[in-house]
Design a binder for this molecule. Structure first.
Ligand code: NAP
Ligand code: MG
Length: 403
Protein backbone atom coordinates (compact mmCIF):
# COMPACT_ATOMS: atom_id res chain seq x y z
CA UNK A 1 0.00 0.00 0.00
CA UNK A 2 1.27 3.47 -0.91
CA UNK A 3 1.87 5.64 2.15
CA UNK A 4 -0.08 8.90 2.52
CA UNK A 5 2.10 11.93 1.80
CA UNK A 6 2.28 15.16 3.81
CA UNK A 7 3.28 18.65 2.65
CA UNK A 8 3.98 20.64 5.80
CA UNK A 9 5.44 19.09 8.95
CA UNK A 10 3.46 18.90 12.16
CA UNK A 11 5.14 20.32 15.23
CA UNK A 12 5.57 17.23 17.40
CA UNK A 13 6.03 17.79 21.15
CA UNK A 14 6.98 14.61 22.96
CA UNK A 15 6.35 14.30 26.69
CA UNK A 16 6.77 12.23 29.83
CA UNK A 17 6.10 8.94 31.60
CA UNK A 18 3.25 6.64 30.46
CA UNK A 19 2.05 9.06 27.81
CA UNK A 20 5.58 9.09 26.31
CA UNK A 21 5.38 5.28 26.04
CA UNK A 22 1.92 5.54 24.43
CA UNK A 23 3.21 8.29 22.10
CA UNK A 24 5.78 5.95 20.55
CA UNK A 25 3.28 3.07 20.29
CA UNK A 26 0.80 5.28 18.45
CA UNK A 27 3.47 6.43 16.00
CA UNK A 28 4.90 2.93 15.44
CA UNK A 29 1.60 1.04 15.23
CA UNK A 30 -0.99 3.50 13.93
CA UNK A 31 0.81 6.23 11.97
CA UNK A 32 4.17 5.23 10.46
CA UNK A 33 2.85 2.11 8.65
CA UNK A 34 0.33 4.27 6.76
CA UNK A 35 1.70 7.82 6.52
CA UNK A 36 4.98 9.25 5.32
CA UNK A 37 4.89 11.19 8.59
CA UNK A 38 6.58 14.58 8.51
CA UNK A 39 7.13 16.23 11.87
CA UNK A 40 9.48 18.74 13.38
CA UNK A 41 10.31 17.00 16.64
CA UNK A 42 10.63 18.78 19.99
CA UNK A 43 11.35 16.68 23.04
CA UNK A 44 9.45 18.35 25.91
CA UNK A 45 10.28 15.44 28.22
CA UNK A 46 11.50 16.81 31.55
CA UNK A 47 15.07 15.58 31.00
CA UNK A 48 15.42 17.58 27.79
CA UNK A 49 13.67 20.62 29.27
CA UNK A 50 16.23 20.58 32.08
CA UNK A 51 19.15 20.14 29.67
CA UNK A 52 18.04 23.18 27.66
CA UNK A 53 16.95 25.32 30.62
CA UNK A 54 13.42 25.02 29.12
CA UNK A 55 14.42 26.71 25.83
CA UNK A 56 13.04 23.66 24.02
CA UNK A 57 9.51 24.58 25.15
CA UNK A 58 9.84 28.13 23.85
CA UNK A 59 11.26 26.81 20.56
CA UNK A 60 8.34 24.39 20.22
CA UNK A 61 5.88 27.25 20.74
CA UNK A 62 7.72 29.37 18.14
CA UNK A 63 7.63 26.45 15.68
CA UNK A 64 3.86 26.25 16.22
CA UNK A 65 3.60 29.88 15.11
CA UNK A 66 5.70 29.06 12.06
CA UNK A 67 3.85 25.92 10.92
CA UNK A 68 0.41 26.49 12.47
CA UNK A 69 -0.37 23.01 13.80
CA UNK A 70 1.17 21.13 16.74
CA UNK A 71 0.48 17.89 18.59
CA UNK A 72 1.59 17.62 22.21
CA UNK A 73 2.10 14.69 24.56
CA UNK A 74 1.27 15.14 28.25
CA UNK A 75 4.20 16.53 30.23
CA UNK A 76 5.23 16.71 33.86
CA UNK A 77 4.77 20.08 35.55
CA UNK A 78 7.63 20.09 38.04
CA UNK A 79 6.93 20.32 41.76
CA UNK A 80 9.20 19.70 44.77
CA UNK A 81 9.02 15.91 44.35
CA UNK A 82 9.95 16.15 40.66
CA UNK A 83 12.88 18.48 41.50
CA UNK A 84 14.27 15.65 43.60
CA UNK A 85 13.27 12.81 41.26
CA UNK A 86 14.85 14.41 38.16
CA UNK A 87 17.56 16.43 39.98
CA UNK A 88 16.33 19.54 38.16
CA UNK A 89 18.34 22.76 37.95
CA UNK A 90 15.20 24.82 38.65
CA UNK A 91 11.43 24.48 38.94
CA UNK A 92 10.31 25.09 35.35
CA UNK A 93 6.88 26.49 34.58
CA UNK A 94 4.18 24.21 33.20
CA UNK A 95 4.90 23.71 29.46
CA UNK A 96 1.21 24.32 28.80
CA UNK A 97 1.44 27.72 30.53
CA UNK A 98 4.53 28.65 28.47
CA UNK A 99 2.87 27.59 25.23
CA UNK A 100 -0.42 29.32 26.07
CA UNK A 101 1.42 32.53 26.93
CA UNK A 102 3.28 32.40 23.59
CA UNK A 103 0.20 31.58 21.48
CA UNK A 104 -2.36 33.62 23.49
CA UNK A 105 -4.89 30.85 23.26
CA UNK A 106 -8.17 29.49 24.54
CA UNK A 107 -8.55 25.83 25.50
CA UNK A 108 -11.41 23.84 23.98
CA UNK A 109 -12.36 20.52 25.54
CA UNK A 110 -14.86 18.05 24.08
CA UNK A 111 -15.87 14.55 25.13
CA UNK A 112 -15.37 11.61 22.74
CA UNK A 113 -18.70 9.83 22.57
CA UNK A 114 -18.81 6.04 22.40
CA UNK A 115 -21.77 3.64 22.61
CA UNK A 116 -21.63 1.85 25.93
CA UNK A 117 -20.00 4.77 27.76
CA UNK A 118 -23.21 6.63 28.40
CA UNK A 119 -23.62 10.28 29.39
CA UNK A 120 -25.48 10.69 32.67
CA UNK A 121 -27.75 13.21 30.91
CA UNK A 122 -30.15 11.18 28.73
CA UNK A 123 -30.80 13.91 26.14
CA UNK A 124 -27.11 14.40 25.23
CA UNK A 125 -26.51 12.81 21.83
CA UNK A 126 -23.62 14.96 20.54
CA UNK A 127 -20.55 16.33 22.30
CA UNK A 128 -20.62 19.70 24.05
CA UNK A 129 -17.35 21.59 23.63
CA UNK A 130 -16.34 23.86 26.49
CA UNK A 131 -14.29 26.97 25.71
CA UNK A 132 -12.80 28.47 28.84
CA UNK A 133 -11.25 31.91 29.01
CA UNK A 134 -7.85 31.38 30.61
CA UNK A 135 -7.04 34.89 31.89
CA UNK A 136 -8.07 37.06 34.83
CA UNK A 137 -11.21 37.44 37.00
CA UNK A 138 -11.04 35.60 40.30
CA UNK A 139 -7.84 33.76 39.19
CA UNK A 140 -5.92 37.04 39.38
CA UNK A 141 -7.77 38.60 42.30
CA UNK A 142 -6.74 40.75 45.25
CA UNK A 143 -8.50 40.03 48.54
CA UNK A 144 -8.76 41.69 51.92
CA UNK A 145 -10.17 40.24 55.12
CA UNK A 146 -11.94 43.16 56.76
CA UNK A 147 -11.49 42.97 60.51
CA UNK A 148 -13.94 45.68 61.57
CA UNK A 149 -15.82 48.87 60.70
CA UNK A 150 -14.50 51.05 57.85
CA UNK A 151 -15.00 52.20 54.27
CA UNK A 152 -14.09 50.11 51.22
CA UNK A 153 -13.50 52.02 48.00
CA UNK A 154 -12.68 51.13 44.39
CA UNK A 155 -10.06 53.61 43.13
CA UNK A 156 -8.59 53.85 39.63
CA UNK A 157 -5.78 56.32 38.92
CA UNK A 158 -5.40 56.89 35.18
CA UNK A 159 -1.96 57.41 33.62
CA UNK A 160 -2.74 61.15 33.38
CA UNK A 161 -3.54 61.31 37.08
CA UNK A 162 -7.34 61.40 36.81
CA UNK A 163 -8.91 59.52 39.71
CA UNK A 164 -12.16 57.53 39.58
CA UNK A 165 -13.50 56.53 42.99
CA UNK A 166 -16.53 54.53 44.09
CA UNK A 167 -17.64 53.32 47.48
CA UNK A 168 -17.98 49.55 47.63
CA UNK A 169 -19.33 49.26 51.15
CA UNK A 170 -19.47 51.11 54.48
CA UNK A 171 -18.53 48.24 56.80
CA UNK A 172 -20.18 48.30 60.25
CA UNK A 173 -18.28 45.17 61.26
CA UNK A 174 -16.01 42.39 59.89
CA UNK A 175 -16.36 41.10 56.33
CA UNK A 176 -14.47 40.35 53.14
CA UNK A 177 -13.38 42.22 49.98
CA UNK A 178 -12.23 41.12 46.54
CA UNK A 179 -10.87 43.03 43.53
CA UNK A 180 -10.83 41.41 40.08
CA UNK A 181 -10.04 42.62 36.57
CA UNK A 182 -9.84 41.61 32.96
CA UNK A 183 -8.35 43.14 29.80
CA UNK A 184 -10.11 44.02 26.55
CA UNK A 185 -7.16 42.58 24.61
CA UNK A 186 -7.51 39.23 26.36
CA UNK A 187 -11.30 39.13 25.95
CA UNK A 188 -10.93 39.98 22.26
CA UNK A 189 -8.45 37.13 21.83
CA UNK A 190 -10.82 34.81 23.67
CA UNK A 191 -13.73 35.85 21.44
CA UNK A 192 -11.77 35.39 18.20
CA UNK A 193 -10.53 31.96 19.31
CA UNK A 194 -14.11 30.89 20.03
CA UNK A 195 -15.45 32.15 16.70
CA UNK A 196 -12.53 30.55 14.81
CA UNK A 197 -13.05 27.24 16.59
CA UNK A 198 -16.82 27.18 16.09
CA UNK A 199 -16.26 27.84 12.38
CA UNK A 200 -13.67 25.06 12.15
CA UNK A 201 -16.09 22.49 13.63
CA UNK A 202 -19.14 24.05 11.89
CA UNK A 203 -21.13 24.35 15.12
CA UNK A 204 -23.12 27.11 16.84
CA UNK A 205 -21.31 29.16 19.49
CA UNK A 206 -23.05 29.88 22.80
CA UNK A 207 -21.69 32.45 25.24
CA UNK A 208 -23.07 33.20 28.66
CA UNK A 209 -22.28 35.59 31.52
CA UNK A 210 -24.29 37.34 34.25
CA UNK A 211 -24.55 40.77 32.59
CA UNK A 212 -27.93 41.59 34.13
CA UNK A 213 -26.23 41.80 37.54
CA UNK A 214 -22.70 42.72 36.45
CA UNK A 215 -23.67 45.35 33.89
CA UNK A 216 -20.20 46.85 33.36
CA UNK A 217 -17.89 43.89 33.93
CA UNK A 218 -19.83 41.02 32.36
CA UNK A 219 -21.50 43.57 30.08
CA UNK A 220 -18.05 44.31 28.64
CA UNK A 221 -17.56 40.62 27.79
CA UNK A 222 -20.95 40.52 26.08
CA UNK A 223 -20.31 43.72 24.08
CA UNK A 224 -16.86 42.62 22.90
CA UNK A 225 -18.17 39.24 21.71
CA UNK A 226 -21.09 40.90 19.89
CA UNK A 227 -18.91 43.57 18.24
CA UNK A 228 -16.34 41.04 17.00
CA UNK A 229 -19.09 38.73 15.77
CA UNK A 230 -20.89 41.50 13.88
CA UNK A 231 -17.79 42.98 12.28
CA UNK A 232 -15.62 39.91 11.62
CA UNK A 233 -17.61 36.68 11.74
CA UNK A 234 -21.30 37.14 10.97
CA UNK A 235 -20.89 36.57 7.23
CA UNK A 236 -18.73 33.48 7.77
CA UNK A 237 -21.31 31.99 10.15
CA UNK A 238 -24.16 32.81 7.76
CA UNK A 239 -22.25 31.15 4.93
CA UNK A 240 -22.22 27.77 6.69
CA UNK A 241 -25.59 28.19 8.42
CA UNK A 242 -24.41 28.34 12.03
CA UNK A 243 -25.15 31.00 14.64
CA UNK A 244 -23.75 32.91 17.58
CA UNK A 245 -26.09 32.90 20.55
CA UNK A 246 -25.72 34.88 23.79
CA UNK A 247 -27.78 34.10 26.87
CA UNK A 248 -27.55 34.53 30.63
CA UNK A 249 -25.47 31.91 32.44
CA UNK A 250 -28.40 30.50 34.44
CA UNK A 251 -30.54 30.23 31.32
CA UNK A 252 -27.61 28.59 29.48
CA UNK A 253 -27.15 25.96 32.20
CA UNK A 254 -30.80 24.95 31.94
CA UNK A 255 -30.69 24.88 28.13
CA UNK A 256 -27.49 22.81 28.10
CA UNK A 257 -29.11 20.08 30.19
CA UNK A 258 -32.19 19.99 27.93
CA UNK A 259 -30.10 20.12 24.73
CA UNK A 260 -28.90 17.34 22.42
CA UNK A 261 -25.37 18.79 22.55
CA UNK A 262 -23.45 19.57 19.37
CA UNK A 263 -22.38 23.16 20.09
CA UNK A 264 -19.47 25.14 21.53
CA UNK A 265 -20.09 26.79 24.91
CA UNK A 266 -17.82 29.73 25.74
CA UNK A 267 -17.49 30.66 29.40
CA UNK A 268 -15.62 33.10 31.58
CA UNK A 269 -12.70 31.70 33.54
CA UNK A 270 -14.52 30.59 36.71
CA UNK A 271 -17.69 29.44 34.96
CA UNK A 272 -15.54 27.42 32.54
CA UNK A 273 -13.56 25.82 35.35
CA UNK A 274 -16.69 24.64 37.16
CA UNK A 275 -18.84 23.78 34.14
CA UNK A 276 -16.12 21.85 32.25
CA UNK A 277 -15.51 19.54 35.21
CA UNK A 278 -19.24 18.96 35.44
CA UNK A 279 -19.77 18.21 31.75
CA UNK A 280 -16.59 16.07 31.53
CA UNK A 281 -17.80 13.93 34.41
CA UNK A 282 -21.34 13.79 33.06
CA UNK A 283 -19.99 12.55 29.71
CA UNK A 284 -17.81 9.79 31.20
CA UNK A 285 -14.02 10.16 31.65
CA UNK A 286 -11.00 12.46 31.30
CA UNK A 287 -9.24 9.88 29.13
CA UNK A 288 -12.13 10.28 26.65
CA UNK A 289 -11.73 14.03 26.25
CA UNK A 290 -10.04 16.00 23.47
CA UNK A 291 -8.25 19.22 24.29
CA UNK A 292 -7.25 21.84 21.72
CA UNK A 293 -5.52 25.16 22.18
CA UNK A 294 -6.63 27.64 19.53
CA UNK A 295 -4.93 31.00 19.20
CA UNK A 296 -6.71 34.06 17.82
CA UNK A 297 -4.13 34.05 14.99
CA UNK A 298 -5.39 30.59 13.98
CA UNK A 299 -2.61 28.36 15.38
CA UNK A 300 -3.75 24.96 16.67
CA UNK A 301 -2.23 22.71 19.32
CA UNK A 302 -3.77 19.29 20.00
CA UNK A 303 -3.22 17.39 23.26
CA UNK A 304 -4.87 15.01 25.72
CA UNK A 305 -6.69 16.55 28.69
CA UNK A 306 -5.19 14.09 31.19
CA UNK A 307 -1.67 14.00 32.65
CA UNK A 308 1.27 11.61 32.26
CA UNK A 309 -0.47 8.79 34.21
CA UNK A 310 2.44 8.41 36.60
CA UNK A 311 1.02 5.48 38.58
CA UNK A 312 0.75 3.34 35.44
CA UNK A 313 4.28 4.37 34.38
CA UNK A 314 5.80 3.04 37.61
CA UNK A 315 3.98 -0.24 37.07
CA UNK A 316 5.35 -0.31 33.52
CA UNK A 317 8.90 0.33 34.81
CA UNK A 318 8.52 -2.62 37.19
CA UNK A 319 7.62 -4.79 34.20
CA UNK A 320 3.97 -5.14 35.26
CA UNK A 321 1.18 -5.17 32.69
CA UNK A 322 -0.59 -1.82 32.22
CA UNK A 323 -3.93 -0.93 30.69
CA UNK A 324 -3.65 2.78 29.99
CA UNK A 325 -6.23 4.49 27.80
CA UNK A 326 -4.61 6.01 24.68
CA UNK A 327 -7.81 7.39 23.14
CA UNK A 328 -7.23 11.07 24.01
CA UNK A 329 -3.65 10.91 22.68
CA UNK A 330 -4.78 9.14 19.48
CA UNK A 331 -7.41 11.85 18.97
CA UNK A 332 -4.74 14.51 19.53
CA UNK A 333 -2.78 13.00 16.62
CA UNK A 334 -5.81 12.54 14.39
CA UNK A 335 -6.99 16.08 15.14
CA UNK A 336 -3.60 17.55 14.22
CA UNK A 337 -3.31 15.41 11.07
CA UNK A 338 -6.84 16.36 9.99
CA UNK A 339 -6.14 20.07 10.50
CA UNK A 340 -2.83 19.75 8.59
CA UNK A 341 -4.66 17.92 5.81
CA UNK A 342 -7.36 20.62 5.63
CA UNK A 343 -4.83 23.45 5.53
CA UNK A 344 -2.70 21.74 2.88
CA UNK A 345 -5.62 20.41 0.81
CA UNK A 346 -4.67 16.74 1.42
CA UNK A 347 -7.95 14.83 1.26
CA UNK A 348 -6.37 11.44 1.91
CA UNK A 349 -4.74 12.75 5.11
CA UNK A 350 -8.11 14.10 6.29
CA UNK A 351 -9.72 10.77 5.44
CA UNK A 352 -7.02 8.87 7.31
CA UNK A 353 -7.66 11.00 10.41
CA UNK A 354 -11.40 10.29 10.18
CA UNK A 355 -10.80 6.55 9.78
CA UNK A 356 -8.39 6.49 12.73
CA UNK A 357 -11.07 8.09 14.93
CA UNK A 358 -13.70 5.65 13.64
CA UNK A 359 -11.42 2.65 14.16
CA UNK A 360 -10.73 3.75 17.75
CA UNK A 361 -14.42 4.16 18.55
CA UNK A 362 -15.46 0.93 16.83
CA UNK A 363 -12.78 -1.01 18.72
CA UNK A 364 -14.27 0.13 22.02
CA UNK A 365 -17.83 -0.45 20.82
CA UNK A 366 -16.86 -4.03 19.90
CA UNK A 367 -16.08 -4.56 23.59
CA UNK A 368 -12.28 -4.21 23.41
CA UNK A 369 -11.14 -1.49 25.79
CA UNK A 370 -8.73 -0.47 28.55
CA UNK A 371 -9.38 -0.98 32.24
CA UNK A 372 -10.69 2.49 33.01
CA UNK A 373 -13.53 2.08 30.49
CA UNK A 374 -14.17 -1.58 31.35
CA UNK A 375 -15.13 -0.34 34.83
CA UNK A 376 -17.86 2.04 33.62
CA UNK A 377 -19.19 0.56 30.37
CA UNK A 378 -22.71 -0.75 29.93
CA UNK A 379 -21.58 -3.08 27.10
CA UNK A 380 -21.79 -6.84 27.62
CA UNK A 381 -18.82 -9.19 26.89
CA UNK A 382 -16.07 -6.70 27.62
CA UNK A 383 -12.47 -7.65 26.88
CA UNK A 384 -10.02 -5.66 29.01
CA UNK A 385 -6.82 -5.13 26.99
CA UNK A 386 -3.30 -4.06 27.89
CA UNK A 387 -1.93 -0.68 26.74
CA UNK A 388 -0.39 -1.88 23.47
CA UNK A 389 -2.93 -4.68 22.91
CA UNK A 390 -5.60 -2.00 22.71
CA UNK A 391 -3.60 0.04 20.19
CA UNK A 392 -2.98 -3.10 18.09
CA UNK A 393 -6.70 -3.91 18.20
CA UNK A 394 -7.36 -0.46 16.75
CA UNK A 395 -4.72 -1.13 14.08
CA UNK A 396 -6.61 -4.26 12.96
CA UNK A 397 -9.81 -2.26 12.46
CA UNK A 398 -7.93 0.59 10.78
CA UNK A 399 -6.27 -1.75 8.28
CA UNK A 400 -9.68 -3.14 7.29
CA UNK A 401 -10.99 0.38 6.76
CA UNK A 402 -8.02 1.49 4.68
CA UNK A 403 -8.37 -1.44 2.27
P1 NAP B 1 -3.11 11.98 35.49
O1 NAP B 1 -1.87 11.66 34.75
O2 NAP B 1 -4.20 12.59 34.69
O3 NAP B 1 -3.62 10.65 36.19
C1 NAP B 1 -4.48 10.64 37.29
C2 NAP B 1 -5.24 9.32 37.35
O4 NAP B 1 -6.30 9.34 36.42
C3 NAP B 1 -4.38 8.12 36.95
O5 NAP B 1 -3.63 7.62 38.02
C4 NAP B 1 -5.45 7.17 36.43
O6 NAP B 1 -6.18 6.58 37.49
C5 NAP B 1 -6.40 8.11 35.74
N1 NAP B 1 -6.02 8.33 34.33
C6 NAP B 1 -5.65 9.51 33.75
N2 NAP B 1 -5.43 9.35 32.46
C7 NAP B 1 -5.65 8.03 32.20
C8 NAP B 1 -5.54 7.25 31.02
N3 NAP B 1 -5.16 7.79 29.86
N4 NAP B 1 -5.84 5.92 31.09
C9 NAP B 1 -6.20 5.39 32.26
N5 NAP B 1 -6.31 6.07 33.41
C10 NAP B 1 -6.04 7.39 33.38
O7 NAP B 1 -2.80 12.98 36.68
P2 NAP B 1 -1.63 12.93 37.79
O8 NAP B 1 -1.21 11.52 38.04
O9 NAP B 1 -2.17 13.76 38.87
O10 NAP B 1 -0.44 13.70 37.13
C11 NAP B 1 0.72 13.06 36.58
C12 NAP B 1 1.58 14.13 35.93
O11 NAP B 1 0.88 14.68 34.82
C13 NAP B 1 1.95 15.28 36.83
O12 NAP B 1 3.36 15.44 36.85
C14 NAP B 1 1.28 16.50 36.21
O13 NAP B 1 2.12 17.63 36.29
C15 NAP B 1 1.09 16.08 34.79
N6 NAP B 1 -0.07 16.68 34.10
C16 NAP B 1 0.13 17.07 32.81
C17 NAP B 1 -0.91 17.56 32.05
C18 NAP B 1 -0.64 17.94 30.63
O14 NAP B 1 0.48 17.89 30.17
N7 NAP B 1 -1.66 18.31 29.88
C19 NAP B 1 -2.19 17.64 32.61
C20 NAP B 1 -2.38 17.21 33.93
C21 NAP B 1 -1.32 16.73 34.66
P3 NAP B 1 -5.80 5.19 38.18
O15 NAP B 1 -4.44 5.37 38.76
O16 NAP B 1 -6.88 5.02 39.19
O17 NAP B 1 -5.80 4.11 37.13
MG1 MG C 1 -11.04 22.77 37.78
Amino acid sequence: MQKIQMKTPLVEMDGDEMTRIIWKMIKDDLLLPFIDLRTEYYDLGLVKRDETDDRITVEAAEATKKYGVAVKCATITPNAARMEEYKLHRMYKSPNATIRAALDGTVFRAPILVKGIDPYVRTWKKPITMARHAYGDVYKNVEIKVEGAGTAELVFTAADGTVTRKTIQEFKGPGILQGTHNLDSSIEGFARSCFEYALSVKQDLWFSTKDTISKTYDGNFKEIFQRIFDTEYKEKFDAIGTEYFYTLIDDAVARVIRSEGGFVWALKNYDGDVMSDMTATAFGSLAMMTSILVSPAGYYEYEAAHGTVQRHYYKHLKGEKTSTNSVATIFAWSGALRKRGELDGLDDLVRFADLLDEATIETIESGKMTGDLALITSLPNVQKLGTEEFILAIKDVLEQKLK
